[in-house]
Design a protein. Structure first.
Length: 534
């Protein structure tokens, strides 16, 4: 079969937006082929489970086919749908969601539709440009770490390409080497960019110190930059921002306004890459949550965007995230927006959910926005044990969403509504929001085993004295902190203490509030002593 050529009709797409045709009774995957087309296909790879082909000639094109404007489309792994028009792209993404719900989840639920993106170009507010020996700058080839040079990316605003080009030109002029992932030699690894309606930050990720010349080059090319940062990362692998981040010039964070809330975002804090569609997504999540007068648990809260979008209607917001900087952002964002009914806990979602359930917390609504891999069974079990009225699941991967919905169904929840959102035009990715509600069974019939002996309750117990915390912070950050600041941070982290002897005698006395940099240092100390979850 390999190397043989066949004429075949394409009748579907894979989850990676590859065309699917049938040859000799087997499904054959053909990159960049569209449903309804006929191709002359050469078989290039055959395994026991799959067959891949290469389109040699397009015999019958689809009326939805368009010419990609990107010169490296098909080489760069970032885009997969630039060769189809917006109508077909939206239709295929909706079908992908519904197929996963049916085939993987075994559900009768179907998404009501898909919210189309207002634009397919220049929508990304965040980008990562990779550097490789040469030096060259661009994006990874699909399924590899080979950097494909790209001077212009249609998904990014032009300012992003200008920043990457300026850094590359400076490296060539000064003889600064790019990092080699194979040998571990070289300096510049990536350029991480984030832009909002008011701010523009560039973070140079390098294996050592970032020279001042890089800062000057970026500022000259992008005069609207508000901050230049550096991430020192000498570790092997492709984890972005895998090291300490310092501010070299300007502001270390950016700000954005969404759903009436003003948000501060640190470099590592999660935020949807398409701001316009994020607003539509958060409003949809709020509609599904029906938060009026309710206690809302916001898992994987990031900088607190979804929770703050519904906080005005909710009685109480409890958020959690594993990234300390994101939790610091969320708390500051709540304060900046005058939201006094929100609290945030730093910790892994499964530990936070289990610990809150063990404390008897019963939120009325749970909003969860997990990473692409979905949710651990332990998180799902802890959520179900709380027996909330509703769960709103926001997902960026239909397969893991369908898997988790199937598990939640077994735990007594019924998926009621779903809507797809085209958050990532030009790519095969799609966002989905699902509303679940309690089923007919009683919570007493859900058996979830909690062993306090084995459960990580470190986030709710005392593990160091105030003096030890002060000493740790002083040694590792050089900051001097007060007992009052420690007490404030411990309270925010959900650490329950006896009556606080640090509070003022008079209730009318206004207490100084812990500054963000000291709060982050205290949280790091609490993590070190096992008092909040890593």
């Amino acid at each position: 079969m390999k190397n043989q050529i066949y004429d075949a009709a394409v009748d579907g797409l894979t989850s990676q937006a590859e065309g699917v045709c049938r040859i000799g009774g087997r499904a054959v995957f053909v990159p960049r082929a569209l449903p309804g087309e006929t191709w002359r296909v050469r078989i290039v790879k055959v395994t026991r489970t799959a067959v891949w082909g290469r389109g040699e000639a397009l015999l019958v094109p689809s009326p939805h086919r368009i010419e990609p404007a990107c010169p490296v489309f098909g080489q760069c792994g970032g885009c997969a749908t630039l060769h189809m028009d917006g109508a077909l792209e939206a239709s295929c993404k909706l079908e992908r969601v519904n197929d996963a719900l049916r085939r993987i989840g075994g559900l009768d639920l179907r998404a009501e539709g898909i919210l189309p993106a207002p634009t397919r170009e220049g929508y990304r507010n965040k980008a990562v440009y990779n550097f490789a020996p040469g030096p060259v700058c661009g994006f990874y080839r699909s399924r590899s770490h080979q950097v494909i040079p790209a001077a212009r990316c249609l998904l990014q605003p032009p300012a992003f390409d200008a920043a990457a080009a300026a850094l590359l030109a400076w490296m060539k002029a000064e003889g600064v080497p790019a990092y080699d992932e194979i040998t571990g030699r070289g300096l510049i690894r990536r350029l991480y960019l984030r832009r909002t309606s008011t701010h523009f930050a560039a973070c140079v990720e390098a294996a050592g110190d970032v020279p001042a010349g890089a800062v000057r080059a970026l500022r000259q090319a992008c005069p609207d930059l508000t901050g230049v940062l550096a991430c020192r990362n000498g570790e092997p692998g492709n984890v972005v921002l895998n090291g300490p981040v310092t501010t070299l010039w300007g502001e270390g964070t950016v700000w954005e306004s969404i759903c009436g809330a003003r948000l501060e975002l640190s470099p590592s804090a999660f935020f949807q890459v398409n701001t316009a569609q994020a607003e539509a997504l958060y409003r949809l999540a709020g509609e599904y949550a029906q938060p009026a007068g309710k206690t809302v648990l916001d898992l994987y809260c990031g900088a607190g965007a979804i929770g703050l979008a519904v906080a005005r209607d909710a009685r109480r917001i409890i958020g959690s995230d594993i990234v300390p900087a994101a939790v610091v952002n969320a708390r500051r964002n709540a304060a900046v927006n005058g939201v006094d009914n929100a609290e945030y806990i730093c910790g892994d979602a499964k530990d936070v959910a289990a610990a809150l359930a063990a404390r008897g917390l019963r939120p009325d609504v749970i909003i969860t926005d997990p990473p692409r891999k979905g949710m651990d069974e332990a998180v799902l079990a802890a959520m179900a044990a709380m027996w909330s009225e509703r769960i709103v699941y926001v997902s960026c991967d239909p397969a893991t969403l369908a898997r988790d919905l199937k598990r939640l169904t077994a735990l007594g929840y019924v998926p009621r509504r779903a809507m797809a959102v085209d958050m990532f035009p030009g790519t095969h990715h799609v966002e989905t929001v699902v509303q679940l509600s309690k089923g007919e069974i009683q919570s007493t019939k859900i058996r979830v085993d909690f062993s306090l002996e084995n459960m990580d309750m470190s986030g709710f117990k005392k593990g160091a004295t105030y003096g030890e915390i002060k000493a740790y912070v002083k040694e590792h950050s050089g900051l001097t902190i007060s007992s009052l600041y420690i007490a404030q941070v411990k309270q925010k982290c959900g650490i329950i203490e006896r009556e606080n002897y640090n509070k003022p005698k008079s209730e009318n006395v206004k207490q100084p509030q812990c500054p963000p940099e000291k709060e982050a240092a205290i949280i790091e100390a609490l993590r070190h002593f096992g008092m909040v979850m890593a």
